[in-house]
Design a protein around this ligand. Structure first.
Ligand SMILES: Nc1ncnc2c1ncn2[C@@H]1O[C@H](COP(=O)(O)OP(=O)(O)OP(=O)(O)O)[C@@H](O)[C@H]1O
Length: 571
């Protein structure tokens, strides 16, 4: 809530205009029955001049109310939009500082929902605060006082009506609040299912999983429908119940004044004003209830957003001058477990790589190859031990120095929607066309890029759907090599390439990036057979280190992997 006040302060000018205009609306609403009462009295007294004056006043008041209403809606919407845009940007900026560990703790889809749906909830409540918050108490107190002033002897009708309304409201709104919270969670489930399904559409189709997916989604959607129907049912009882209470109060007032009117006709004027005020009291209580329900939803959303803002990035870089790092890499007794896991994925790993060497990393699935590679660009910090690049502990160098030195081509190629050149410039911001052509040649991507009509300006669609798996990998490699890094890590990033292309990429890397340290994680030993050294991982332990010939002779795990792959090739 305090954070909301801080945002409101930033836009206090707009918020003030919205608030002043709503105060004008409230007073205009309160004054109308009063004028009407005087008008009816003047009509009964056949006082034409007063009727005319009061008529003009009534029209002026209505126009004032309309103008204030328009101004209020414009400024309330503007403030709500401005604040929600700030919140969204703040959240997005914060997420950019998150480590992999931070993001995994929330999960990507959860973060998306917080930045969209939760912010929408907060936006709605800001809008309603600026449209109703000051109006409700003014209207309630004003209508209450004016109703009693108009017909003092009927004070008990108002009290009775209020008691009945409060009973109905407490019953309905407390239930509704719970259902609203439930809908929020159910919406999250629905979104996660829909996203998973759409992103994995190829898998769904190829495994003929449509029916299962539909059943899963229908179940989740039905649950949400159940809750929304319950909310709808409550609303359908609530509104008539409020009107019933209001109508009873009106009917009661009319019955009670019925006999008096014959004696004193001016009572007609008073009773109409009294009824209008009863309706205004009813309206303010109902609106107050709705606002509170909306606020309770928004509080849940605000809390969820605050969790993002309050999260401390669990990995930060020191604020030290930029340095250039050589391609030496060293692990000293490194042990690592993923955040939240007790079991280490890497245990006591030590090795040294000299600048310019080509290193292969092999090991069974899940042995920790990717994890080890991720520690070099400091995507995670080890639990114990030290990782050094260019002879420096990477915890002591600034982020830019490390990012300049290391290029990491991921196992799963991720390209962004835009153009090819836009993606390649992520690797080197000021890349020229020549840089792109050079890198594309190294990655064996030039042959297909240059066949495209727009070549390097060709469009990359969302999730790079317009490129094949092999083309995506080549584009990823192009992006990875374009800055001629000191250290190039390739995490199984030639898996979708045919043997000939893979060989050509390796040759180009050897020739064009001779001084670069290349660390290649490979499923196939054939991909790293020529490496200067190969590291063998087994269940998180470094169990061998040497050339292919050495390892084939003296490393049992390596021999097993090699024999299995050879046997498969022969088959
Ligand atoms: N983000 C993560 N959070 C928790 N555990 C993880 C995470 N990523 C990987 N692991 C676990 O760490 C272990 C090592 O995974 P890693 O991806 O490093 O293996 P790998 O040798 O590269 O496997 P593959 O050859 O299949 O890519 C596995 O048991 C895996 O389940």
């Amino acid at each position: 809530m305090t954070s909301l006040v801080t945002y409101l302060k930033k836009y206090k000018g707009d918020a003030l205009i919205a608030t002043i205009s709503v105060i004008i609306i409230a007073f205009a609403t309160l004054w109308q029955p009063r004028i009407l009462q005087e008008m009816i009295t003047a009509i009964l007294q056949k006082d034409q001049t007063t009727v005319l004056h009061l008529g003009i006043q009534l029209i002026a008041l209505a126009i004032l109310g309309i103008i204030a209403g328009i101004i209020n809606t414009i400024y309330a919407a503007k403030t709500a939009q401005e604040i929600s845009a700030d919140m969204r940007e703040k959240g997005y900026r914060k997420i950019q500082t998150f480590s992999f560990g931070n993001i995994e703790k929330f999960s990507a889809s959860n973060l998306v929902i917080r930045l969209t749906n939760d912010i929408n909830q907060v936006q709605l409540v800001i809008m309603s605060v600026l449209q109703q918050l000051t109006r409700i108490p003014i209207l309630f107190v004003g209508a209450f006082v004016l109703a009693i002033v108009t017909m003092p002897r009927f004070w008990w009708i108002i009290v009775l009506m209020l008691v009945l309304i409060v009973v109905v409201s407490v019953f309905a709104f407390t239930r509704m609040g719970k259902y609203f919270e439930k809908v929020q969670t159910q919406l999250e489930n629905n979104n996660t299912l829909a996203r998973e399904n759409l992103m994995g559409m190829r898998v769904v189709k190829s495994f003929v999983q449509e029916k299962n997916q539909i059943a899963k989604f229908s179940k989740s959607s039905d649950e949400m429908t159940d809750t929304t129907i319950k909310i709808g049912n409550l609303f359908s009882i609530l509104m008539p119940a409020f009107f019933l209470v209001g109508d009873l109060a009106v009917a009661g007032s009319i019955m009670l004044v019925g006999t008096m009117i014959t004696k004193d006709p001016s009572m007609i004027a008073a009773v109409q004003a009294f009824i209008s005020y009863l309706m205004q009291i009813l309206f303010s209580v109902v609106m107050g209830g709705f606002m509170m329900t909306g606020a309770s939803r928004a509080f849940v959303s605000l809390r969820r957003l605050q969790e993002i803002y309050d999260t401390k990035p669990d990995l930060t870089f020191p604020d030290v001058p930029e340095t250039s790092l050589s391609g030496d890499v060293q692990f000293e007794n490194v042990t690592f477990a993923y955040p939240g896991d007790d079991e280490p994925v890497l245990q006591d790993i030590s090795f040294k790589v000299k600048a310019g060497e080509m290193i292969g990393i092999v090991g069974a699935t899940g042995s920790g190859k990717t994890t080890l590679a991720q520690l070099i660009p400091r995507l995670y910090d080890p639990n114990s031990g030290v990782v050094k690049v260019g002879g420096r502990n990477i915890k002591d160098v600034n982020e830019k120095s490390l990012r300049n030195a290391v290029s990491f081509i991921l196992q799963r190629s991720t390209l962004f929607s835009g153009t090819i050149s836009h993606n390649l410039k992520q690797g080197k911001q000021d890349a020229t066309l020549n840089d792109m052509k050079w890198a594309a040649n190294v990655a064996q991507a030039a042959e297909f890029i240059e066949k495209l009509d727009e070549q390097y300006d060709a469009k990359v669609e969302e999730r790079s759907a317009n490129f094949s798996g092999g083309q995506k990998q080549r584009l990823s490699i192009t992006r990875g090599v374009i800055k001629k890094p000191d250290i190039l890590i390739m995490d199984d990033s030639t898996s979708a390439l045919d043997a000939r292309s893979e060989k050509l990429v390796q040759q180009a890397l050897e020739n064009q990036l001779a001084g670069t340290t290349t660390i290649i994680i490979a499923e196939k030993i054939s991909s790293i057979i020529k490496a200067d050294r190969i590291l063998v991982l087994d269940k998180g332990h470094l169990v061998g280190e040497g050339t292919h010939q050495e390892l084939v002779k003296n490393n049992q795990i390596y021999q097993e992997i090699y024999q299995t792959q050879k046997a498969l090739e022969e088959v």
